[in-house]
Design a protein. Structure first.
Length: 115
């Protein structure tokens, strides 16, 4: 069974940085794509960033220029978050598509941006 496990969340002041990690139980290149989503209290889950197997990246307008998605050559995807704002506060989820599983999710990691 393929699994995704996030880590790296925490409390950070506005303007600060965090790096989230998503460790997959399979080689990261076996995924058609991997992505980050987030869900703030009382809001729907929303797309943040995606990286395809070929390395193409896509970002939500709200995070362009501040967040960067990347991966290593083994099994980990990252989300570098700079210039964090209070509105970035949310639970961040790792997401991916592999084989016949179109929508695999991790358990989430909390990011809180507050002074």
């Amino acid at each position: 069974q393929v699994q995704l496990v996030e880590s790296g969340g925490g409390l950070v002041q506005p303007g600060g940085s965090l790096r989230l990690s998503c460790v997959a139980s399979r080689n990261i290149f076996s995924f058609k794509y991997t992505a980050w989503y987030r869900q703030a209290p009382g809001k729907q889950r929303e797309f943040v960033a995606r990286i395809t197997a070929g390395g193409s990246t896509e970002y939500a307008d709200s995070v362009k220029g501040r967040f960067a998605i990347s991966r290593d050559v083994l099994n980990t995807m990252y989300l570098q978050m700079n210039g964090l704002k209070p509105e970035d506060t949310a639970v961040y989820y790792c997401n991916g598509a592999i084989g016949s599983v179109a929508n695999l999710w991790g358990q989430g990691t909390q990011v809180t941006v507050s002074s």
